[in-house]
Design a protein around this ligand. Structure first.
Ligand code: SUG
Length: 446
């Protein structure tokens, strides 16, 4: 245990092509807002405002760079040919869903970038990262090669950090990263329980599974990540998500549950065999495990999905209490807000609510917790992080200026086909890699 350990949040910076294309079947907000005009500049600034506010309060905050879109290499691999503009135009004309996929700024939801295990839990005492293959959706399946390069550029020291490539890209190993993974420990930096939640069993199609919407994470994928990270099975828990809530729009576990330190905050219908899941967590965690199990009568699954109450961040405060970071949609839902106010005024540990306007991301189904990748780091590991991705006043000011300079404030479906975006995005990202000192990470730089 390292007294100087901290939980860091690395938030995905929203990319310049942020738009609403209805790409994520099973994600209700994505489907509902298809075709709505997006504002990439506002989206990026909303994300940065959250990062800045949390950094100002003393929470460790970093930035994860966005990806190059359009992804012309992906279009070429699918048979579109000619110069860059011809590739883009032909795809937009002849294969619109494919084209929309290569334009998506979905890497902003960095909870899906990777699964991360802190050194306190791994056999070789390094921090382990496994990039998520995200193979359930075409637009997300192309993220992991660049994600891996960016993570290596941020966490380069192989004495402290171990990086694993994404799992095989097939349905049996569907992996959505930290959105389906939580770590519990009595203290930040102490050894604890790793909790993997899956939607279906990949190799057994007869096992319970959702009927309407896809299960994006399989048990086999979660087990493979646990093996790669060298986790101790006596403190690892695998649990199935309730298939019915996946069918109600809970496409990742982090839409219905969140954990931090000794606390699990979840809905009463989050897991299959919920009582058995709690019992195993309690047994493996030992004394002091706390569950806030929210009943349907207090917050329905429908309200949880539309407000993203559970897609919140739980953050430790210096006095040992916790704050909960929620999107503004929780404040504007009277039932959710009443419940939350009651909770924070009566709970012994959770005693503060922080509300952020993340509407641009929320309209694609991405709340506060989707936008961040948690990495627990001890003092030596924190020292080994690329210092240029750590959010401070200077970086915040530089990134705000960078967004103001390069981002459009309007992205309608028709704007996506503008070939000027190719160069616009490359110029912006080239400047960003020099601000964040990432080296060459994008296809156009390789
Ligand atoms: O994978 N939305 C993302 C939202 C991811 C949220 N992440 C977590 N819950 N951790 C997704 O469904 C929508 C893109 C569009 O429709 O244009 C999208 O990809």
């Amino acid at each position: 245990m390292d007294a100087m350990a901290n939980e860091w949040n690395f938030d995905g910076l929203v990319g310049p092509t942020h738009n609403y294309s209805g790409l994520s079947f099973g994600n209700i907000a994505s489907a509902k807002n298809q075709g709505v005009v997006a504002n990439p500049k506002l989206a990026a600034l909303q994300g940065l405002a959250k990062m800045k506010a949390l950094a100002d309060r003393g929470w460790k905050q970093g930035v994860l760079a966005p990806q190059e879109r359009p992804n012309l290499a992906a279009l070429r691999a699918l048979g579109f040919s000619g110069d860059d503009v011809a590739v883009l135009k032909t795809a937009a004309r002849d294969a619109r869903p494919v084209f929309n996929g290569v334009m998506s700024a979905s890497s902003m939801w960095s909870a899906n970038a990777a699964t991360v295990s802190p050194s306190a839990n791994t056999a070789d005492k390094r921090v382990h990262f496994t990039a998520a293959n995200l193979n359930n959706k075409f637009h997300r399946s192309m993220e992991h090669p660049t994600t891996s390069r960016i993570l290596r550029a941020m966490f380069a020291d192989d004495k402290c950090f171990a990086h694993h490539a994404a799992l095989p890209s097939c349905p049996q190993f569907g992996d959505e990263g930290a959105a389906n993974h939580t770590r519990f420990a009595p203290r930040i930096g102490a050894k604890g329980v790793e909790f993997f939640v899956y939607g279906a069993t990949g190799f057994d199609p007869s096992a319970p599974a959702p009927k309407k919407f896809p299960a994006r994470q399989t048990r086999e994928a979660s087990e493979a990540v646990a093996r790669l990270h060298g986790l101790d099975t006596s403190v690892t828990v695998f649990a199935q998500q309730n298939p019915d809530v996946i069918d109600a729009g809970v496409f990742h576990n982090d839409v219905i549950a969140v954990g931090h330190r000794e606390l699990l905050f979840c809905h009463d219908r989050a897991f299959a065999n919920q009582a058995a899941v709690f019992a195993e967590l309690r047994e493996k965690f030992g004394e002091g495990f706390v569950v806030i199990n929210v009943a349907d009568a207090d917050v329905s699954v429908e309200d949880a999905v539309s407000s993203y109450l559970f897609n919140s961040q739980l953050l430790s405060k210096p006095d040992g209490k916790m704050a909960i970071v929620v999107p503004d949609e929780c404040r504007t839902n009277p039932r959710v807000w009443t419940y939350l106010q009651g909770l924070v005024t009566s709970h012994p540990v959770l005693n503060e609510t922080l509300v952020f306007d993340l509407r641009e991301s929320m309209m694609n189904g991405g709340g506060p917790a989707c936008l961040r990748l948690r990495v627990e780091l001890n003092a030596a590991e924190a020292n080994a992080v690329n210092p240029n991705v750590v959010l401070n006043d200077t970086l915040y000011a530089r990134l705000t200026t960078w967004v103001e300079k390069h981002y459009r404030d309007r992205m309608a479906d028709a704007d996506l086909t503008d070939p000027a975006l190719i160069t616009e995005v490359r110029v912006a990202l080239d400047e960003l890699t020099s601000i964040l000192k990432l080296g060459s990470v994008y296809p156009f730089q390789l």
